[in-house]
Design a protein around this ligand. Structure first.
Ligand code: BEZ
Length: 265
């Protein structure tokens, strides 16, 4: 078993891990083919970076690879450990991963867009990979959730709240920008694509309202909590013009998907 250095564990939580599993399972289901790109093999050691409640880690582990799930959210890690007790999960920061040996691959789904400063993460991935090791990931790309975000800004404007109060917690890079960073981090890029993935919110009974309740907490962090419910309801109403189609809610996701290898062989 690869051991993590746990000196720098971030024991914070801002997630309702149970709700994440119940209503947002599409995040894993719609990206399952990313595991085909990863092509895990028996005996390999693979890190699932931003593993959440462990769903993708469990799929990868079924191939016979040894998986280490890493997330900086303790609630997510606690639930992952409960669900998958045979997999090793650790609460640690993506920019500061330290394993006792180099790993074969680092995989990441729907996590990297939560990290505003991408270069330390890319460097940390490179530091922990063997030469020729794979970095396979998917994240929100340029213009991701544009309607959902614009509806929040429109609502704040209507409420007379300055947009300077907003903390936009997301990083949605273009192909060009992320390619440059990967190359700077010592990776050769085998593929990198940006594409739309209009995503049904079928397990969210209140559609965009549920999405905002799950994900917009950090965006609204400087705004009095007593207003959050009203802001979310109004933003959801505005977003419904484009995202509620025939009684069905959709999120306007775009994805950036890449497969890179650490240079040196
Ligand atoms: C995403 O998966 O693209 C995403 C999820 C939550 C907030 C922002 C983006």
């Amino acid at each position: 078993m690869v051991k993590l250095n746990l000196d720098k564990v971030s024991e914070s939580s801002s997630w309702d891990a149970g709700l994440y599993d119940r209503s947002f399972g599409y995040i894993q289901k719609m990206a399952l083919d990313l595991i085909d790109d990863l092509s895990p093999k028996q005996g390999e050691c693979i890190v699932d970076l931003g593993c959440g409640t462990g769903e993708m880690a469990a799929v990868i582990a079924r191939t016979g690879a040894e998986v280490i799930g890493v997330d900086n959210d303790l609630e997510m890690i606690r639930l992952a450990r409960l669900k998958y007790p045979t997999i090793h999960f650790d609460c640690t920061d993506a920019s500061d991963m330290q394993f006792s040996r180099k790993v074969d691959a680092v995989f990441s789904n729907a996590a990297l867009h939560w990290i505003k400063n991408p270069m330390p993460v890319i460097s940390s991935v490179a530091d922990n990979l063997k030469l020729g090791g794979r970095f396979v990931g998917e994240m929100g790309g340029e213009d991701n959730v544009k309607v959902l975000i614009a509806s929040l800004y429109d609502t704040l404007n209507e409420f007379g709240i300055s947009k300077d109060l907003v903390v936009n917690p997301w990083y949605f890079p273009s192909v060009k920008e992320y390619s440059l960073l990967l190359e700077k981090g010592g990776f050769d890029i085998l593929s990198i694509d940006h594409f739309q993935r209009v995503t049904p919110l079928d397990d969210c009974p209140k559609g965009a309202e549920d999405w905002y309740e799950m994900f917009a907490g950090r965006f609204l962090t400087n705004i009095p909590e007593s207003l959050h419910g009203k802001i979310i309801k109004r933003a959801s109403m505005i977003a419904s013009d484009e995202l509620l189609v025939g009684g069905r809610w959709f999120a306007d996701y775009t994805r950036l998907r890449f497969h890179a290898v650490k240079q040196g062989i």
